[in-house]
Ligand binder design. Structure first.
Ligand SMILES: *[C@@H]1O[C@H](CO)[C@@H](O)[C@H](O)[C@H]1NC(C)=O
Ligand SMILES: *[C@@H]1O[C@H](CO)[C@@H](O)[C@H](O)[C@H]1NC(C)=O
Ligand SMILES: *[C@@H]1O[C@H](CO)[C@@H](O)[C@H](O)[C@H]1NC(C)=O
Ligand SMILES: *[C@@H]1O[C@H](CO)[C@@H](O)[C@H](O)[C@H]1NC(C)=O
Ligand SMILES: *[C@@H]1O[C@H](CO)[C@@H](O)[C@H](O)[C@H]1NC(C)=O
Ligand SMILES: *[C@@H]1O[C@H](CO)[C@@H](O)[C@H](O)[C@H]1NC(C)=O
Ligand SMILES: *[C@@H]1O[C@H](CO)[C@@H](O)[C@H](O)[C@H]1NC(C)=O
Length: 383
């Protein structure tokens, strides 16, 4: 199963409608890139074919000037007016006037470039894709990116961007795929992030803090990955607002506490629910037993108590269920028989009688003496 599944098929179809030849160009260019690397016959000053490419030229030259390390020399052919021939730059016919070419995609994934993003990138107004995964870009995003009104996919993952959540992305009207993972963004996530019509939101492995916004809005995302941040707080009951779209919710290692709200069980499209490595207390809400599409369920490394209901263990598509490192004290008969059905099941280090590799009686008794009141588990507010 692909936990970090990329753009949905629906989104790709839409992208193809916007820039029908972009995907072909991407494929073709990757094929012949090796032979095109070192051109020195470009004629600087040669007339550009249109003013949109001229603006792209200005933007890309400005960018090249602030790329301070390029170990693979990929910007060595970023010279002269033929921007469509630059490594990593993709052109397509302009949607409203197919006679002219425009820069519709930039894909610099895995080039290990170091530098920053200059204001001039705001001149790339025809860009639909900006993929900068696995480089060493640093600093903050220029405010001028708000001019990229056709931007559909923004992948900044695995770079060195810093500062607060880059709110400029909230102003991009057609953005569907936002990947900020593995950077050093900090502070809180803006609630507006969840009222945009995004398909996928990846913010994992940053330094986000504060709580997951309570007013999640009506998100349309199918994949939300919050993992490895220090949010703290509890899962808001408004998580139910994701119900119509959310398929993967990964809250691994996000310092969340309190009980799991029953609303998690309203996310009826969920295939993946992973809340491991947190400080969640209290029982498994019975509503989880209604998540018919659930394939992966991970409660591991929390402080959950109570019983593991049969209703959860007999979910039809469950293939991997982890509840190790909690304080569960009882499990249904179906649960204890899951491995015989070929389901990955891990219930080690709990308080389950007659099961191997459980916690000591002392550890279990200590928790037993402190019953959990979920209504109080997050301060005064419910959850
Ligand atoms: C740029 O690419 C076009 C189309 O792929 C090609 O025809 C042309 O020769 C290239 N120009 C230069 C200067 O490399
Ligand atoms: C990049 O260019 C430098 C200087 O021209 C050269 O020493 C180096 O080997 C080149 N690296 C690659 C990967 O082509
Ligand atoms: C294309 O034309 C339509 C109608 O004239 C206009 O609304 C739209 O903004 C244009 N799109 C671009 C990218 O210029
Ligand atoms: C949890 O996230 C923190 C950063 O917030 C990281 O340092 C730590 O290694 C992560 N722990 C696990 C178990 O992944
Ligand atoms: C269960 O998984 C199978 C095979 O992946 C799939 O065809 C089916 O639709 C799934 N059922 C539910 C309820 O998700
Ligand atoms: C089952 O899930 C656990 C926790 O998410 C993971 O570590 C493990 O690799 C998974 N096993 C399989 C066979 O998918
Ligand atoms: C466990 O599963 C086996 C094979 O699927 C079945 O024969 C047995 O009755 C089950 N035991 C319990 C306690 O459900």
């Amino acid at each position: 199963m692909n936990l970090y599944s990329s753009i949905s098929p629906g989104a790709l179809v839409l992208l193809l409608l916007i820039f029908p030849t972009l995907i072909n160009n991407l494929a073709a260019k990757h094929g012949y890139k090796a032979t095109i690397h070192h051109h020195h016959n470009l004629l600087p000053g040669k007339a550009m074919s249109n003013h949109r490419l001229q603006r792209a030229y200005i933007a890309l030259q400005a960018w090249k000037r602030v790329i301070y390390s390029d170990p693979n020399n990929i910007t060595s052919n970023w010279d002269g007016p033929m921007v469509c021939n630059y490594t990593g730059v993709y052109c397509s016919p302009y949607p409203n006037n197919t006679k002219i070419q425009v820069v519709s995609g930039i894909d610099l994934n895995h080039y290990d470039l170091a530098g920053f993003l200059p204001e001039e990138l705001g001149l790339l107004t025809d860009l639909a894709l900006l993929h900068l995964n696995s480089n060493r870009f640093c600093g903050i995003l220029p405010q001028s990116l708000s001019n990229l009104i056709l931007l559909y996919e923004l992948d900044l993952s695995n770079n060195r961007f810093v500062g607060p959540f880059p709110s400029v992305v909230l102003s991009l009207p057609t953005l569907k795929y936002l990947d900020l993972r593995y950077n050093e963004f900090e502070g809180k996530l803006p609630p507006e992030l969840f009222s945009k019509s995004l398909d996928a939101i990846f913010v994992n492995s940053n330094r986000f803090t504060d709580v997951i916004p309570r007013n999640l809005g009506s998100s349309s995302a199918s994949v939300v990955v919050f993992a490895n941040n220090k949010f703290g707080g509890c899962i808001p009951r408004s998580i139910a607002n994701f119900a119509n779209t959310l398929e993967e919710l990964l809250l691994i290692n996000t310092s969340i506490k309190g009980c799991l709200p029953p609303e998690v069980g309203y996310l009826y499209k969920l295939r993946v629910l992973d809340v491991s490595y947190n400080k969640i207390i209290g029982p498994i809400p019975y509503s989880i037993a209604g998540l018919a599409h659930l394939e992966l369920l991970n409660f591991g490394h929390n402080m959950m108590t109570g019983d593991v209901p049969d209703g959860v263990c007999c979910l039809p598509n469950l293939s991997n269920f982890t509840l190790s490192y909690n304080f569960f004290c009882e499990e249904g008969g179906i649960c204890s028989n899951l491995t015989s059905k070929g389901i990955m099941f891990d219930d080690r280090r709990n308080c389950l009688p007659n099961k191997p590799q459980q916690r000591s009686k002392k550890e279990c008794d200590a928790v037993d003496q402190h019953p959990v009141d979920c209504a109080q588990s997050c301060g005064n507010s419910l959850y």
